[in-house]
Design a protein around this ligand. Structure first.
Ligand SMILES: Cc1cc2nc3c(=O)[nH]c(=O)nc-3n(C[C@H](O)[C@H](O)[C@H](O)COP(=O)(O)O)c2cc1C
Length: 403
């Protein structure tokens, strides 16, 4: 049986292996050649499109990265899943696995379906989940995307921080510096940084304490406009209008959308809004959540739940995928969120506010609040700000100081 290993949509050459496995007992291949074309008839099984297989220590792991299910199984499972590239009836599968008895095959199929390794057709086709649009990006981008979602952050972030202090006793914190000790050196002019721009850059800090006052709507509006607003349009011959923003964007496709969770903004009802980047408007979505619920969904970091507003940055992946069919661009989208995050922090600093950013949040919950499917549009980065507190000395470390 020849096996050809190949990857989809990549320009990198992959070695082609031609391995021959010889089975002790001959298996009828007739059923395979009669594989059911869609639409299937009766009850059928098909391999999920989003599987990644790897070894972890001694275990052979099968993972459906889109559903975040993992099983370990015998290598024979791999042959079965390979066989189920198209819809297969139970009879066909039994014929393929000729040496095993029907009841054990039935039980195994049940487990493979329950763990989402196989899809089942039983008169009704499984609904497409949107990931079919990620062809070319998967499995690399999809595997990374889903594997890094909904991380279970510690319920007590202070305990986490204490753990770091214990770690630092034996494994000192790495120094964020590199030098070429033996190279020839060129002294650089130090420059004069008295103007507003360098002052804002130097003043930017992560704040973990906030004032009780509400943030003026004008300040939020300016921050949104300068960070996420469209500054102008440029006509690209043969393509159409491209939006210009204060941050760069891969292919000028601007996949990032901004949402606001207003908690304490003067003149703005509490709740979730979408920022319309062209019209410079907030579009009302829904009521907000209690502080306790918010806290739970930002890594239990109660200090951020006391801010005045949060900004949720999402990516509409299809915009960037229109041009870039390869998974590397997923990195580009993350970098774009980083650009916008920094612009947000700087403009908030310039407005005299206390900004912060975090990736400690429960992705799926935020996506539910915003009505997003997490595939065509997904949350990438959270930021926020409040007014500055009176206790400026402890405002950056906040609760971490007493941990
Ligand atoms: C992507 C990202 C995620 C972060 N997440 C958190 C977080 O969850 N909680 C927190 O207190 N700070 C968070 N920070 C802030 C960093 O701890 C902070 O930037 C760092 O300590 C340096 O301090 P500075 O921002 O005041 O320069 C995050 C920063 C970045 C860039």
């Amino acid at each position: 049986m020849p096996w050809v290993v190949h990857r989809r949509a990549t320009s990198r050459r992959v070695s082609e292996l031609s391995l021959r496995f010889v089975k002790r007992r001959s298996i009828s291949h007739a059923a395979r050649s009669q594989g059911i074309k869609s639409p299937p008839q009766g009850r059928c099984f098909r391999r999920s499109a989003n599987l990644v297989l790897y070894w972890q220590d001694e275990q052979f792991v099968f993972e459906n990265f889109a559903r975040q299910t993992r099983i370990s199984a015998e290598p024979l499972t791999c042959s079965l899943l390979h066989y189920c590239a198209e819809w297969r009836t139970f009879a066909e599968i039994c014929s393929f696995l000729g040496e095993f008895d029907d009841s054990s095959i039935r039980a195994s199929l049940k487990q493979l379906c329950a763990n989402r390794m196989l899809e089942i057709f039983d008169g009704e086709a499984p609904k497409p989940n949107g990931l079919q649009d990620w062809t070319g990006w998967n499995p690399a981008a999809g595997f990374f995307h889903f594997s890094t979602k909904d991380f279970p952050f510690a319920e007590n972030p202070l305990e986490d921080f204490r753990g770091l202090r214990r770690l630092a006793k034996h494994h000192p914190m790495p120094v964020p510096l590199k030098r070429y000790a033996h190279s020839r050196k060129t002294k650089l002019p130090r420059g004069q940084f008295h103007e507003q721009f360098p002052k804002v850059l130097k003043d930017r800090r992560t704040w973990r304490m906030f004032g009780k006052h509400a943030v003026p709507l004008e300040a939020l509006a300016e921050i949104l406009r300068l960070t996420f607003g469209i500054q102008g349009w440029v006509q690209v011959p043969g393509l159409g209008r491209a939006a210009m923003k204060t941050s760069p964007s891969c292919g000028c496709l601007h996949p990032i959308e901004a949402y606001v969770l207003a908690l304490r903004v003067k003149g703005l009802r509490k709740g979730f809004y979408h920022y319309n980047a062209q019209r410079h408007e907030l579009e009302w979505l829904r009521e907000g959540v209690t502080r306790k619920v918010l806290e739970k969904n930002i890594g239990h970091q109660w200090w951020f739940a006391k801010s005045a507003f949060l900004i949720v940055m999402t990516a509409v992946f299809g915009r960037t995928r229109w041009k870039y069919k390869f998974p590397r661009v997923y990195r580009g989208i993350l970098l774009e969120a980083g650009h916008l995050g920094q612009t947000f922090c700087l403009t908030a600093t310039w407005k005299g506010l206390a900004p912060f950013s975090t990736i400690a949040y429960q992705d799926t919950q935020w996506e539910k609040w915003l009505g997003l499917d997490g595939i065509s549009e997904s949350v990438l980065y959270l930021a926020g700000a409040g007014t500055r507190p009176t206790d400026l000395k402890n405002a950056h470390m906040g609760a971490l100081r007493s941990a």
